[in-house]
Ligand binder design. Structure first.
Ligand code: COA
Length: 179
């Protein structure tokens, strides 16, 4: 079925909200018994993708994961809860925010341990990019995230252009040295 043809033009942030909880086991931790950063990034990618899937209703690929703050360590045995939602939809891409909390199962104490922003691109089953519905922010917090997402996109574009330019300069210098 052509899901694109049946897409609504606009979706709400609430319709994209996603959540997952994991218990941290020995295989997830480093030698200090703290959750590995890479494992946490995997959980963040999965939870982020859930929100993107709910928005795009087609396949999505991770284009970028930026601005991860690891605020405090997560310990072996903690329950980690991740919540995600789409902050803004562009043409074929969406920015998703993910927030992570850890709960100490003995004391019940809950702490905010990490936050991240990711960009997902919608594609069909052949990998061809697809347009996504627009996002309608409804609450003041959603409006703030929606506006911030545009600033981050502009920052990402400037940073990508700067990196491309630096790569070209380095390549030209290497080529010059070889001749
Ligand atoms: C993501 C990907 C599809 C983008 O392809 P591309 O040809 O560079 O795309 P374009 O320059 O035409 O941009 C397409 C959209 O992606 C966005 N995009 C592309 N690269 C991006 C980046 N590094 N960061 C953020 N957004 C990006 C563009 O802003 C654009 O969004 P818009 O249509 O909403 O304006 C391609 O780079 C890719 O397939 N990457 C590998 C993805 C992957 O394997 N992820 C890990 C496993 S899921």
């Amino acid at each position: 079925m052509d899901t694109q043809a049946t897409q609504p033009a606009v979706r709400t942030v609430a319709s994209t909200q996603s959540e997952m909880t994991e218990i941290i086991l020995p295989n997830d931790t480093n030698t200090l018994g703290n959750l590995l950063g890479g494992r946490l990034m995997h959980f963040i990618d999965l939870t982020g993708a859930m929100a993107a899937y709910r928005h795009a209703r087609t396949h999505v690929v991770t284009a970028a994961m930026d601005h991860i703050d690891f605020i405090q360590p997560v310990r072996l045995g903690d329950l980690v809860t991740l919540k995600s939602s789409v902050n803004r939809a562009f043409t074929r891409s969406m920015e998703v925010g993910v927030k992570v909390w850890a709960e100490n199962t003995r004391t019940g104490a809950v702490a905010h341990v990490a936050s991240a922003y990711l960009v997902f691109v919608a594609v069909d089953e052949h990998g061809r990019m697809q347009t996504v519905p627009q996002l309608k922010p409804e609450t003041p917090d959603e409006v703030r995230r929606y506006e911030d997402a545009l600033r981050r996109r502009e920052h990402r574009e400037r940073e990508n252009a700067r990196r491309k330019e630096a790569t070209l300069v380095t390549k030209a210098q290497k080529d010059g040295a070889v001749r």
